[in-house]
Design a protein around this ligand. Structure first.
Ligand SMILES: Nc1ncnc2c1ncn2[C@@H]1O[C@H](COP(=O)(O)OP(=O)(O)OP(=O)(O)O)[C@@H](O)[C@H]1O
Length: 286
């Protein structure tokens, strides 16, 4: 008797024909995508292309009008944000979402409780609370904020809040991490730290990176999808996608590009406006 070949593992994330309309505007238009465990996948495109909407649909803060989302082969299209978070989807935001009144450490501990697997009565177990705190300290060390652990989060700079947001996203040990313009507004030193953190994530964690900063994309993402007007206009290995003439033209600011208007992060920091495609991670900043 011959045994059947082992079935291929399901992708960690599968999007099928995802569509989101706002009135007459189709913000995300029939997007299909597969991410294997450990994928480092960038989504780039001009302002208004639908990148954040796509992340919202995956995180569950917005619902598609059409299409399906599966995590590890299970349909999660109708699951809420809390359920998706417990299943291992975490995200960081364009505008870092930190609780300014809480300490830096408590922000990460709280995120661990909120996003981690549900454990009935866990808050009554001091050992579990201590272990959450130790884990939170490790995440803060990784993002360079351990020295500020007991400061109120409201006292942090913009770049530090971004790092705290990232530590909070990591606190639930996600399988899929959604990063929305993580490099926007960061200093060169913070960008180097970000590259180290994301580059050093456990190999099983898949990452979707929405980013205007093309060096960050070139450094971190093995694959890249280009969105324009909500549609996928290119997808494939990052090096090949970034080398396409229309993508190069868009990042040189050509009006004739297929993905025109990729003018930088929407937070107005200007940090994502880069003049060249595929340079080394350090040579086009500032
Ligand atoms: N809640 C909403 N209601 C109406 N229109 C929306 C809503 N959210 C997004 N849009 C519109 O959908 C389109 C896609 O927006 P989205 O924020 O996803 O683009 P983006 O690619 O992330 O842009 P950016 O790079 O500027 O962040 C835009 O035209 C935007 O104005």
């Amino acid at each position: 008797m011959t045994s059947a070949p082992p079935a291929a593992a399901p992708p960690v994330l599968a999007l099928d024909g995802l569509t989101r309309r706002y009135g007459t505007l189709t913000a995300v238009d029939g997007v299909s995508l597969r991410l294997v465990p450990g994928a480092r996948h960038a989504v780039i495109g001009p302002n208004g292309a639908g990148k954040t909407t796509l992340l919202n649909l995956i995180a569950g803060t917005d619902r598609p009008d059409r299409g399906a989302i599966a995590l590890d082969g299970a349909d999660i299209t109708r699951r809420g944000t809390a359920a998706r978070s417990r299943l291992g989807i975490a995200r960081s935001f364009q505008q870092p979402s930190v609780v300014t009144e809480l300490s830096v450490l408590d922000n990460v501990v709280l995120a661990g409780w909120t996003h981690g697997p549900r454990q009935r009565g866990a808050w009554r177990r001091p050992s579990l609370h201590r272990s959450r705190q130790e884990t939170a300290v490790r995440h803060l060390e990784a993002v360079g904020l351990a020295d500020l652990a007991h400061r109120p989060a409201g006292a942090l700079s913009h770049g530090q809040r971004r790092m705290l947001d990232l530590a909070a996203a990591l606190a639930g040990d996600p399988r899929l991490l959604l990063l929305d313009e993580p490099a926007a507004g960061l200093t060169d030193a913070d960008i180097d730290r970000l590259l180290g953190i994301v580059g050093g994530l456990p190999p099983a964690v898949a990452v979707i990176l929405v980013e205007h900063h093309v060096e960050v994309v070139a450094h971190l993402a093995t694959d890249t999808t280009v969105l324009a007007s909500g549609q996928v206009v290119a997808t494939g290995p990052t090096r090949e996608v970034l080398a396409r003439p229309e993508v190069r033209a868009a990042y040189h600011g050509s009006a004739s590009a297929a993905v025109p208007g990729a003018s930088g992060p929407s937070d107005g920091s200007g940090a994502g406006h880069v003049p060249t495609v595929c340079p080394s991670p350090t040579d086009a900043r500032g």
